[in-house]
Design a protein around this ligand. Sequence first.
Ligand SMILES: [Zn+2]
Ligand SMILES: [Zn+2]
Length: 338
Amino acid sequence: MVTMDAIAVAQVLSEIGYLLRQDPTEVFRAKAFSAASWSIALSRPDLAALHRANRLDSIEGVGAGIAKVLAGLIETGRSSYLERLRAETGQPSRDDESNLDLTAYRGDVHSHTDWSDGRATMLEMARAAVALGYRYLGVTDHSPRIKVVNGLDAERLLAQSRELAEVQAQVDGLTLFQGIEVDILEDGALDLPDAVLELLDVVIASPHVKLRQESAAMTERMLRAVSHPLVDVIGHPTGRRPGSREGATYDFEAVFKAAARSGVALEIDCDPARMDLSPELARLALECGCSFTLDADAHAPAELAYVPMAAWMARRAGIPPERILNFLDVDELADALG
Ligand SMILES: [Zn+2]
Ligand SMILES: [Zn+2]
């Protein structure tokens, strides 16, 4: 029997979920693989022992079909199902082109709390980050434009900063960065004034609406966002939702080059519903000289465990660790964020 650790197994299941999502009729199965992957990444069960006891399906989120894939993986270290999917989708493995070691991942810069549409308190999110051994967590709730998510204006951000100080005092070894996930408006302006953004530790600017804008207008919009001096990261840069929504189309090369010039990082958002940038676009961004963040965009503590997926996506894009902000120590990150 081959020994594969739970994270390596979770990454295989993640990749299967990702490849299945390329086919709109397989969304349900894709979600099941993604969910099983997160469950294993989070609980790190003793897979070999469960396999010997014929109890792989006792893992949360693992049914008979996934248990069979797991059994093959544990016995051989390979997944013939994954290999077939790679062949069918014309996506050869590029896993060897970068050897990212996830143990060097220091923290996530994009997360949500119940201040906007997260499902947990800031303290619960912070404790989950501590449990994962993170040194920092970016608390980046939404800006006001999207009413349904109860976005934060200047006044609520100020109130949030008081809670952040209280939570900070209750967690050891974790630095909380107060940030915002600010909407990129249709014309490329941001959804909060500079005077507010300036006070925050991290500014993630994300496209959420009007993603079907015509390409030239979308290019202008994104160029304006990456050139904004207070933006640190572009969140889920295309807004795609594999299996349900195409992302925005724009002159990726022009925008990525501008981001590289202005020192704005691009996010690989590994929420399984997003997986954005895709490994293919991330590879282009890498060639354009960009830096990256690998973020779970977690809306609940368990979702922080999406990160192995980001590592897989970054590996697939060939991104070396020195281009990834989440591998920086807390002081280096604070410097990088200006
Ligand atoms: Zn977002
Ligand atoms: Zn978000």
